[in-house]
Design a protein. Structure first.
Length: 322
């Protein structure tokens, strides 16, 4: 188990330094291809009814999570049978590929740089790479707001939740989580054709993120305090607005971020041409601005580092007591 702790630290460092090189095949891409292939097959196998598609979604979730967890288990076992150092190297790479701290910052900063050049079309394109909403009609403030929301939400989904799963069960449990999260990203929509087959993947993502989202919120509050941000505001908005979202988890970190920065997030948005009415998160103490994007990224990094420290110390204490 101590090898997994070391692999986590090495993988975390690799993520901060290297990020997500686009020229290296990523396991999440393979998970996505597995999801697409199984979705096509299961749609043909099960009846095209609400119940049939719900069951197909459940079978899809089970198959993807089992396969995504089993493959790293087998690979790490084979490597360990040769040398624990070989296992350490492979698991470190796996941890690196599961985390997304630098890539989230880099993609968000692309939006910031486009906004600073006043290139609205390029800004819309850049933000379309990291959000699921329609971006064609967004103005500069809406683009900045969508970017900060994404950084805040994915601080949990892309960094803190994976850190927690990696700490508990090493790379195999980390890939289990990535499979769950990827299925929700690909299938968890309320519009056809995913409304029924995506039901189980979406609900299971809510379940698997329930505790991590709340841990992320408290880690973000602690990090905001360390950065000298408005801790009182962050705590107030968290308590008031943490459920102002269709998901039980997404507004946990979004509310903390909004309160710490003193801005208002969320509100109505278009998805696939359909307007979705959404509650606001936070108070508009001031207008949101492009500079809030690097501010949110700074909070992301602080939260990631604080959580890593807590996770490693906690794991070592547990291992020391065994």
């Amino acid at each position: 188990m101590k090898w997994s702790v070391l692999a986590l630290c090495i993988g975390f460092g690799m993520d901060l330094i290297v990020g997500d090189p686009h020229n290296i095949p990523h396991p999440v891409v393979w998970i996505g291809k597995l999801i697409k292939a199984l979705e096509r097959g299961l749609r043909r196998l099960f009846p095209k009814t609400v119940l049939g598609e719900n069951i197909a979604g459940g079978v899809l979730w089970l198959l993807v999570t089992v396969i995504s967890t089993a493959i790293p288990v087998v690979l790490l076992w084979l490597c360990h049978s040769v040398s624990p150092w070989l296992r350490l190297g492979l698991e470190s790479v796996m941890c690196w590929q599961i985390l997304a701290t630098k890539s989230l910052k880099d993609e968000s900063m692309k939006v910031y740089k486009a906004l600073k050049t006043r290139d609205l079309e390029q800004s819309r394109f850049a933000v379309s790479m990291i959000v699921g909403r329609d971006t064609a009609r967004l103005d500069e403030k809406a683009i900045a707001r969508a970017t900060v929301e994404t950084v805040a939400e994915n601080t949990s989904d892309g960094v803190i939740a994976p850190l927690l799963y990696l700490t508990i069960g090493g790379a195999p449990l980390g890939f289990f989580y990535k499979a769950v999260n990827t299925m929700d990203s690909m299938l968890g929509y309320v519009e056809p054709p995913y409304k029924n087959i995506g039901l189980v993947p979406a609900k299971m993502d809510d379940v698997m993120n329930f505790i991590p989202a709340r841990v992320s919120a408290f880690m973000m509050l602690l990090s905001g305090w360390l950065l000298g941000l408005d801790l009182k505001g962050g705590w107030h908005i968290f308590r008031r607005d943490r459920f102002n979202h269709a998901s039980p988890n997404s507004a946990q970190t979004e509310s903390v971020c909004a309160g710490l920065l003193g801005i208002r997030l969320a509100g109505d948005a278009f998805y696939h041409g359909v307007l979705h009415k959404k509650k606001y998160i936070g108070d508009a103490k001031r207008e949101i601005e492009p500079e809030d994007i690097p501010g949110a990224c700074k909070l992301l990094y602080a939260t990631a580092l604080v959580t890593l420290l807590v996770c490693v110390c906690g794991k070592l204490l547990v291992l020391g007591g065994i």
